[in-house]
Ligand binder design. Structure first.
Ligand SMILES: Nc1ncnc2c1ncn2[C@@H]1O[C@H](COP(=O)(O)OP(=O)(O)OP(=O)(O)OP(=O)(O)OC[C@H]2O[C@@H](n3cnc4c(N)ncnc43)[C@H](O)[C@@H]2O)[C@@H](O)[C@H]1O
Length: 280
């Protein structure tokens, strides 16, 4: 039995199939966590959703910004963007079942392995959040996504403000900070104010900002946080971090990490990907 984490697939179903074959992944024996952005930009998002759904309980998935965007488009809240490749899902005969399945995916996941916490999110965690707080905030958002209030929430979801957490936040403002931290965060200030402009890698960190995981005093520093989302950061394996978006859709590779008996027991497995979109 093995646990595998896989970063952003973004509609690259052929690459996902090849990666699962390379792993010799068995749904009856192994477990898989997809770290969000299953879809969009790549050529076969419909295939990815059907493949992952068919894996049943062997595969758990996080929702990323592109997955939430599909829900927004499906509810008529947003028009598809120029580089979106969502139409085959929206036109599929099993569209409603797929969208319903999608909105029941997770915003954060947790495992205890070898006496240490593994916290899994799509993008990031605010420095003031503990592991327990992150999971509690994720559950708040999940309950709205799974409720009849989904459509109303999606109308309020898009936007960059407020850009910082406060325990006193309520309603839409609170949910928006949770969405933006868990699915869009790359850089923030030392005080935890999020930036949504910069998509460069950590080597290009703008003045006054830090990668979210390098903020001094970050309250998840004792855990291992695994995430995707940040293809210009790419692969990063540190004692406290696992960054897994290796730019499949941009012509990089799709990466799985096999986690062993402890969280430091990690094996990286890649497949090369055909470029689906030119980067930049
Ligand atoms: N609450 C909310 N508020 C607002 N929007 C919300 C939202 N919730 C959901 N959304 C949605 O989120 C989506 C994000 O849109 P975008 O922000 O336009 O998405 P993106 O540029 O494709 O970034 P991505 O998330 O794929 O990140 P990546 O690191 O791969 O790529 C980052 C960049 O790096 C570039 N890149 C990648 N590899 C590169 C390389 N090797 N060299 C140079 N550039 C590279 C890519 O071209 C890309 O531009 C939109 O559809 C939006 O509607």
């Amino acid at each position: 039995m093995a646990l595998y984490l896989i970063g952003d697939v973004q509609g690259c179903d052929a690459a996902l199939g090849r990666l699962l074959d390379t792993l010799d992944f068995s749904p009856s024996r192994d477990r898989l966590v997809l770290l969000g952005d299953l879809i969009n930009r790549g050529p076969d998002s419909l295939g990815v959703l059907r493949r992952v759904q068919a894996l049943g309980d062997a595969a758990r998935s996080l929702l990323g910004n592109h997955d939430l965007h599909l829900l927004g488009v499906a509810h008529g809240v947003r028009k598809p963007g120029r580089r979106d490749t969502l139409a085959p899902i929206l036109q599929a005969p099993d569209r409603d079942a797929l969208l319903d399945w999608l909105r029941h995916r997770s915003m954060a996941l947790h495992e205890r392995i070898g006496g240490r916490d593994l916290l899994m999110v799509h993008a990031g965690v605010l420095p003031a959040w503990t592991v327990d707080a992150t999971l509690a905030h994720a559950r708040e958002l999940e309950s709205v996504l799974r409720s009849p209030d989904l459509g109303a929430f999606l109308h309020e979801m898009y936007g960059n403000v407020p850009d910082a957490w406060s325990d006193g936040l309520r309603g839409t403002a609170r949910l928006r900070v949770i969405v933006n931290a868990l699915t869009r965060l790359r850089f923030c200030s030392a005080a935890g104010v999020m930036d949504f402009e910069t998509k460069d890698g950590a080597a290009e960190t703008p003045a006054g900002l830090l990668p979210w995981f390098d903020v001094p005093g970050r309250r998840t520093a004792e855990a291992v946080v695994a995430f995707g989302h940040w293809s210009t950061l790419g692969w990063l394996s540190r004692p406290d971090l696992l960054s897994t978006d290796t730019g499949c859709v941009w012509g990089g590779c799709l990466t799985a990490v096999r986690i062993g008996a402890t969280l430091q027991d990690r094996e990286r497995i890649d497949v090369r990907c055909e470029q689906a979109q030119p980067p930049g």
